[in-house]
Ligand binder design. Structure first.
Ligand code: PEP
Length: 248
């Protein structure tokens, strides 16, 4: 059994005090959650949000991590720095980082290995663009990301993949339940083949891309979908809680 995981990606939203207010409002709404609940917050919000989630089921995540242990990497944050602050999860390779900050499959792989070495759970984002989907290239793009992003991982039960079709992120255009299920099923099948014997069967794969309070039930009822990575809807406590409580 794979326990569902719903993670919010706040992106560059909420100051530390706003973030603390948001999770204070969220706490009572998710107190009976059966799934894992994570908020991935801006790095500077981590101390305030850590304090605010105390005593709740909400777990703390970051949105990026550097691959080096320490050194001359101005502006970066290491896995140990996150770990010391009680961060448990970290998003890696989000399409916005790939598009705007030069993230490559190679750096995604390095960050993922560094996160695992520090005991963090990486949430690694993969997915195709609209052009690639319409050109019939979805599987080819995913095959490539699967081959490059996960090299050197020995135990896939320790990572989460977020399948995020780029055309569905922040656009209000969601993949259909069947499309998301089919593609996630493909990812799982391919990973089992490429990384045979490395616990791929226990790895969770989320769907991400305009998941909201209305469409979450349909998506989460699909057998291959183990959770959601939620952008816009994670900024509103009631909407995020409705997704967390998709089974109610
Ligand atoms: C995301 O940024 O990971 C995401 C899925 O965003 P949204 O839910 O806003 O589409």
């Amino acid at each position: 059994m794979r326990k569902p995981i719903i993670a919010g990606n706040w992106k560059m939203n909420n100051t530390a005090s706003e973030g603390a207010e948001l999770v204070k409002a969220l706490k009572p709404l998710v107190k009976d959650a059966k799934c894992e609940v994570v908020v991935c917050v801006p790095a500077i919000d981590i101390p305030a949000v850590k304090k605010a989630i105390h005593g709740s089921k909400i777990r703390l995540g970051a949105q990026n991590v550097h691959f080096a242990e320490k050194g001359a990497y101005t502006g970066e944050i290491s896995a140990n720095m996150l770990k010391e602050y009680g961060v448990q999860y970290v998003i890696i390779g989000h399409s916005e980082r790939r598009a705007y900050f030069g993230e490559t499959d190679e750096t995604v792989n390095k960050r993922t290995l560094a996160a695992l070495a520090a005991g963090l759970t990486p949430i690694v984002c993969i997915g195709e663009s609209l052009e690639e989907r319409e050109g019939g290239l979805t599987e080819k793009v995913l095959d490539n990301q699967i081959a490059l992003d996960f090299q050197g991982i020995e135990d896939f039960s320790k990572i989460v993949i977020a399948y995020e079709p780029i055309w569905a992120i922040g656009t209000g255009r969601t993949a259909t339940d069947e499309q998301a299920n089919e593609t996630i099923g493909y990812i799982r099948k391919r990973m089992k083949k490429v990384y045979a014997g490395k616990n791929v069967g226990r790895m969770r794969i989320q769907y991400g891309g305009s998941m909201n309070a209305k469409n979450c039930k349909g998506l989460m009822s699909q057998p291959e979908i183990d959770g959601g990575l939620i952008g816009g809807a994670s900024l509103k406590p009631a909407d995020f809680a409705a997704i967390v409580n998709f089974d109610k």
